[in-house]
Design a binder for this molecule. Structure first.
Ligand SMILES: CC(=O)N[C@H]1[C@@H](OP(=O)(O)OP(=O)(O)OC[C@H]2O[C@@H](n3ccc(=O)[nH]c3=O)[C@H](O)[C@@H]2O)O[C@H](CO)[C@@H](O)[C@@H]1O[C@H](C)C(=O)N[C@@H](C)C(=O)N[C@H](CCC(=O)O)C(=O)O
Ligand SMILES: Nc1ncnc2c1ncn2[C@@H]1O[C@H](COP(=O)(O)OP(=O)(O)OP(=O)(O)O)[C@@H](O)[C@H]1O
Ligand SMILES: N[C@H](CCC[C@H](N)C(=O)O)C(=O)O
Ligand SMILES: [Mg+2]
Length: 483
């Protein structure tokens, strides 16, 4: 397509509008002849350093922030105030198609679950639906592992076009704070947005929790059209601030939860692996049998149902669909039980609030001890380590501190930072051994939570990612136990 076809995205280019563009990229290593290259200032380096490289590979125009680039011989530089946003909008224009009905959910915890639940509700209603997030892309005939929660805009728009071309009409996606801040979702035509909760996360990236919240609020303030539905969980400490932000952005605010008015949770009865909820929608009371453990899954289910209803599905239909939900992989997932009947769950809690929630969730049906195996990732927020140590010590009877993904850090020092706030915890660096020991100590009535890695299929130590699955390790440990 011609540069002039990016009207509304790029400034008026005059004769440069005639330039033919064959692709867009912000990575010089991926540039091919005919590409539009966006020079972005990143966290590690500055894309403008690679502008000459991009030009040599055949870039026909370069997008850059004011003052970022003086001149690139032979290639016009298009100056825009926000090159990340311009890149995202250009990618949307270039790839063109998107599923007709798309929603995005943000929040510290629950995004993957809500995106998955929303897709499942749509599937049950007969729509060709997809979900995009931490666990990858799931769509009819397609299941792929992804590395980012919110893909970069070029990959995202290429994917949305593929999905739309394959007949997908409905898609739910996770909006991470990094994704929102870096404009990865700008250009996605969203019909509704959701919010689950806010807790401590990514304090290595955002300076303050207020700034972290503000990044999430871009979903309502800048991405959704005015008047669009904002489905907000009502019972979180940050619900009020989120409702205010959504109202200020002129969203149609729909609250769900115990204090919710769109979907109101009246009563919950917990059973071991399921729970019964009474939900009022539009004056009618619905009794729903949710086949998932954990209080927080009700919150996620309500946000998902809210999104499906807000984008056109009939209330009763959406709520009945909750009875057939499957949990997203590695989210309080029951992987097996010991010969004595003690359940072993794999869970993705790798931040304080999530760990707190998951440990509280299993307590009501644990007559014996709650045992937890967990660690913290390297090259990520260091402040959360002692906080998670304290939470485990307070809420579990036995805490085993092990390695998560140490990345470039010394694993022992990560564990030490957790152990400092976890008196009495057992330290076993090797995750495989930690899981074995934990399973071996279980008695009837106990519950084991293996937290932090959920669906992940590898463990990153230094630069190397070796195959590792908590699911497989738990199964192997249970097999040994039974033998
Ligand atoms: C910190 C962070 O978010 N970084 C993301 C960001 O990279 P960046 O812009 O900072 O990149 P940079 O390395 O400084 O490089 C600057 C620019 O130079 C370009 N470059 C670089 C080298 C070269 O040879 N040529 C070249 O053109 C790069 O392509 C880039 O455009 O933009 C890239 C493209 O979108 C992302 O791949 C990258 O994610 C990194 C890999 C990452 O680990 N991100 C994590 C922290 C993340 O985003 N997590 C969230 C939340 C997870 C959750 O809680 O669920 C997620 O959405 O996954
Ligand atoms: N609504 C919730 N409230 C609190 N904790 C939750 C909630 N939903 C999930 N969790 C906890 O957080 C973990 C991650 O859940 P999920 O993957 O759905 O969230 P996420 O927002 O996508 O997280 P991430 O940003 O890490 O991808 C779960 O394994 C569980 O421990
Ligand atoms: N999307 C999150 C995942 C963390 C998962 C945990 N296992 C870890 O490695 O810290 C991040 O990149 O911060
Ligand atoms: Mg996620």
């Amino acid at each position: 397509m011609k540069l002039s076809q990016f009207s509304g995205v790029l400034p008026n280019l005059g004769p440069l509008g005639e330039i033919e563009v064959t692709g867009v990229s912000s990575d010089s290593r991926r540039v091919e002849p005919g590409y539009l290259f966006a020079a972005l200032r990143g966290t590690k380096t500055d894309g403008s350093v690679f502008a000459a490289d991009a030009a040599q590979k055949g870039a026909v125009a370069i997008l850059a922030a004011p003052g970022a680039l003086s001149e690139v011989p032979g290639v016009p530089v298009i100056v825009v105030d926000d090159p990340r946003r311009a890149l995202a909008l250009a990618a949307a224009t270039f790839y063109g198609h998107q599923p007709e009905t798309m929603v995005a959910v943000t929040g510290t915890s629950g995004k993957t679950s809500v995106a998955s639940f929303t897709r499942q509700i749509w599937e049950q209603a007969g729509f060709a639906a997809a979900s995009i997030g931490t666990t990858g892309v799931i769509a009819p005939g397609r299941e792929e592992y992804g590395s980012l929660t919110t893909p970069d805009p070029v990959a995202l728009h290429a994917l949305l076009a593929e999905l739309a071309d394959a007949g997908v009409t409905h898609a739910s996606m996770e909006a991470s704070s990094h994704g929102l801040d870096q404009r990865r979702l700008d250009g996605v035509r969203l019909a509704a947005g959701g919010f689950t909760n806010l807790g401590r996360d990514h304090m290595d990236y955002h300076a303050t929790v207020e700034e972290y919240h503000a990044a999430k609020m871009r979903l309502f303030a800048e991405l959704l059209p005015q008047g669009a539905p904002a489905v907000i969980f009502s019972d979180d400490p940050w619900s009020a601030a989120t409702i205010d932000a959504a109202k200020a952005a002129r969203m149609d605010v729909l609250t769900v939860g115990r204090k919710g008015s769109f979907l109101q949770l009246k009563r919950v009865e917990h059973e071991r692996f399921r729970q019964r909820a009474e939900i009022e929608a539009d004056g009618t009371l619905h009794e729903i049998d949710l086949p998932l453990a954990g209080d927080f899954q009700i919150a996620n289910a309500l946000v998902a149902a809210g999104l499906a209803i807000a984008t056109g599905l009939e209330g009763g239909k959406a709520l009945r669909a909750l009875e057939k939900l499957k949990g997203a992989s590695g989210r309080l997932e029951l992987v097996g039980t010991t010969p004595d009947g003690a359940p072993v769950y794999v869970d993705y809690a790798h931040k304080p609030d999530a760990l707190e929630n998951v440990l509280k969730a299993v307590r009501p049906f644990t007559t014996g001890r709650v045992v937890v195996v967990f660690g913290c990732g390297g090259d990520r927020d260091r402040g959360k380590r002692p906080i998670m140590g304290e939470i485990a010590t307070r809420l579990a009877d036995v805490s085993i501190v092990t390695d998560d993904n140490p990345r470039s850090e010394e694993p022992g020092s990560i564990r030490a930072a957790i152990m400092e706030a976890a008196p009495g915890a057992i330290e076993i660096g090797d995750r495989r051994s930690a899981i074995r020991e934990a399973v071996a100590m279980l008695h009837a009535g106990d519950t084991l939570i293996v937290a932090g890695k959920g669906h992940e299929e590898g463990q990153t130590v230094g630069d190397v990612t070796l195959p590792f699955s908590d699911h497989e390790e738990v199964r192997a440990a249970l097999r040994e136990q039974a033998a």
